[in-house]
Design a protein around this ligand. Structure first.
Ligand code: GUN
Ligand code: ZN
Length: 424
């Protein structure tokens, strides 16, 4: 049985940062079959070519690839929007006590389901998430995503210092637990394991070395960590690793710099760090609501994209203040304005779909609408509230119609979500 969806089908044929808004393409219909996109094009032609397809008409709604959130912490779901701290205090006051609760597998399972419910309601179909140090926290999200047929990445967060008792592993146990989870889940269906040293301050050199060895032994895995998020954090890293040339060097020295490396935040980069990240084609993950909420700084999207960096977009829930990639696009726009580089709606939408998928090296599978790609779609209502409707009613172009939803939209704008060809 195939499905034929009618609406304003938005896809990309190129990167709009390079090709401008002409990188986007609009069609009238998309056909899904067995979890894949099989055709995109004009409504009449596709109706004729697929006479047996079940038709769903979404009218003037935009049908897009589902949003891809390239850096989240699902265990921080319950502490989102916690007041008044900066990074290190925020971790100690809110994050670590909450992550401690994931010692209870039942709690991990409940939050994993709640998190995937919330993100799906916001139009997000794929995420790359940190878990906690507890292997059961990985099991919980993997199993929940598997049951929903979702493409996700997650891994056990490794920490063997500067974290409270109960949230510390060791270099050896981190290696062994990560290796066992990887062997069980990596490449099973739509699931991928991601090697996850939290960040240099919470790993000894021995643990970073162990994570580097695990990555070298499993090069098909991605590796995720945090880099140069706050000025105080960078000073702390310099004190902990006096030999390091800079923050990135604390990863580079232990085999944790490379293509397939995901470096969250990457705000306060030295010229050498930018050069090395560009040379190895590492992924920088922009987390704009987190960077303003925790007071971290303004990511240089314009400069880094122009220099050719691979960049994804992410909520960083719960340091980020929203589950919504629409809200995240809005924050990326605002940060761009503060840096003198307003991002075009095509650039924002591309970042939240293809750009994030590309940062996860999965842009051949997800993040766009094209024949052969996996059928993860979001259907977006461009008139979801009176405030948005009255602004988009004036629009003369698609981008003018879309921008009020980017700036003011939330889960009310999400008319439908399709995951693996199944509506929800
Ligand atoms: N740096 C290390 N851990 C974290 C985290 O959980 N959230 C954010 N925003 N930064 C981090
Ligand atoms: Zn993070």
């Amino acid at each position: 049985m195939s499905d034929l969806l009618l609406g304003r089908v938005l896809s990309f044929t190129a990167d709009p940062f390079e090709a401008g808004e002409g990188a986007a393409r609009l069609d009238e219909a998309v056909v899904l079959e067995a979890g894949r996109i099989v055709a995109v094009g004009g409504a009449e032609a596709l109706r004729r070519a697929h006479p047996g397809a079940r038709v769903t008409d979404y009218g003037a709604c935009v049908i897009s690839a589902g949003f891809v959130d390239a850096h989240v912490h699902y265990p921080q779901t319950a502490i989102i929007a916690s007041w008044g701290k900066r990074l290190i205090d925020w971790l100690n006051s809110y994050t670590f006590p909450e992550e401690m609760r994931f010692a209870d597998p039942a709690y991990a399972e409940a939050v994993a389901a709640r998190y995937l419910d919330l993100t799906r309601a916001h139009g997000t179909t794929s995420v790359c998430s940190y878990a906690t140090i507890h292997p059961a926290s990985v099991e919980a999200l993997m199993a929940e995503a598997q049951a929903r047929g979702q493409r996700i990445w997650t891994g056990k967060t490794c920490m063997d210092r500067n974290a409270p008792e109960g949230l510390r592993d060791t270099a050896q146990s981190a290696y062994d637990d990560s290796a066992a989870l990887l062997a069980k889940w990596h490449g099973v269906g739509r699931l991928s394991y991601v090697i996850t040293p939290r960040f240099s301050p919470t790993s000894t050199p021995a643990q970073l070395e162990a994570m580097g060895a695990l990555w070298a032994a499993n090069p098909s895995c991605l590796m995720q960590t945090h880099l140069s998020e706050q000025v105080d954090e960078i000073a702390w890293v310099k004190g902990l690793f006096p030999q390091a040339r800079d923050y990135l060097d604390t990863y580079e020295a232990f085999g944790l710099l490379g293509k397939g490396g995901l470096y969250g935040h990457a705000i306060h980069l030295e010229p050498r760090e930018k050069d090395r990240l560009r040379e190895v084609d590492g992924s920088l993950i922009h987390c704009p609501t987190s960077n303003t909420f925790i007071g971290s700084g303004l990511f240089d999207m314009g400069g880094l994209k122009a220099a050719g960096h691979r960049i994804g977009l992410a909520t960083d829930t719960g340091g980020g203040s929203s589950f919504s990639m629409l809200r995240t696009m809005a924050a990326a726009y605002e940060v761009g304005q503060l840096r003198g580089r307003p991002l075009h709606p095509a650039e924002l939408w591309w970042l939240a779909t293809q750009g994030s998928a590309r940062s996860l090296h999965a842009d051949h599978l997800i993040g766009n609408i094209a024949p052969g790609m996996e059928a993860d779609l979001v259907v977006v209502d461009l008139a979801s509230t009176p405030a948005i409707a009255q602004a988009s009613a004036r629009a003369e172009t698609l981008w003018q119609a879309l921008f009020p939803t980017i700036m003011m939209g939330d889960d009310r704008a999400i008319r439908a979500v399709w995951i693996g060809g199944t509506p929800g």
